[in-house]
Design a protein around this ligand. Structure first.
Ligand SMILES: [Zn+2]
Ligand SMILES: [Zn+2]
Length: 227
């Protein structure tokens, strides 16, 4: 396993007092401290993919909550681990939100360490997609230390198991990307449980775990065949 530098990286975020950001570079590294150094290469190839990995791993998602009534559109996942009363210190009034919105936000909460691991896992998966760029050797080694050897073209949709192509990141319909971050179990945000999925597959899976989703489909196919 990688031994990390773990130097605190200060930022101007109001949430730094909840959870400082830590340098994720190997211990004893040269150069500047960095939280997402392993995204540097991807950022030069296709910035939107690097941004997406960072955003999906650390921020909550959900409905396009725009109003104050509906709650913060995106918030750091570890902030959502705080109690309602602690969140008031950060001007987040959970009791003013609809219960469904609160439930959704709470469901997406995750620790900082889990979020960091998710970002690394997603990066490792991106580099193994068909048509993906080749990672620089240091980044490859860093990620392989966590998740094992990369095999080019081996990343599949976590739901339908079809191989995924890097080019899907630049394809979008009505502003929605064709590839999304998915969860094998929708309520667990950790490295073992995340991956990429077709947007259509992700929508079909909904709130079910992948196994529940397969059972549901199996039931439908069976009834259709027995008509
Ligand atoms: Zn460092
Ligand atoms: Zn799929």
């Amino acid at each position: 396993m990688n031994e990390l530098c773990h130097e605190i990286i200060s930022s101007r975020s109001a949430y730094d007092s909840i959870q400082p950001k830590y340098c994720q570079l190997p211990k004893g590294h040269s150069g500047k401290h960095s939280e997402f150094h392993y995204l540097d290469h991807l950022r030069t190839v296709q910035k939107s993919v690097a941004d997406k990995i960072k955003r999906d791993s650390t921020m909550t998602t959900g409905a396009a909550w725009k109003s104050a009534e509906a709650g913060p559109n995106r918030i750091l996942r570890w902030v959502m681990l705080l109690s309602d009363s602690d969140l008031k210190h950060y001007e987040i009034q959970m009791d003013k939100l609809k219960p469904q919105v609160v439930a959704k936000l709470r469901e997406k909460s995750a620790t900082y360490d889990d979020c960091m691991a998710v970002a690394k896992k997603l990066t490792w998966l991106v580099y193994q997609m068909n048509e993906a760029p080749k990672p620089p050797q240091d980044i490859r080694e860093y990620l392989e230390n966590y998740f094992g050897k990369m095999v080019s073209g081996s990343t599949t949709c976590i739901i339908c198991k079809e191989k995924l192509s890097f080019s899907l990141f630049s394809k979008a319909q009505r502003g929605k990307a064709e590839i999304e971050t998915g969860h094998i179990s929708p309520r667990e945000h950790n490295a073992e449980n995340v991956g990429f999925a077709h947007r259509e597959c992700n929508i079909a899976q909904g709130n079910k775990t992948v196994l529940e989703f397969y059972d549901w489909i199996r039931g439908i196919i069976k009834r259709v065949d027995n008509r």
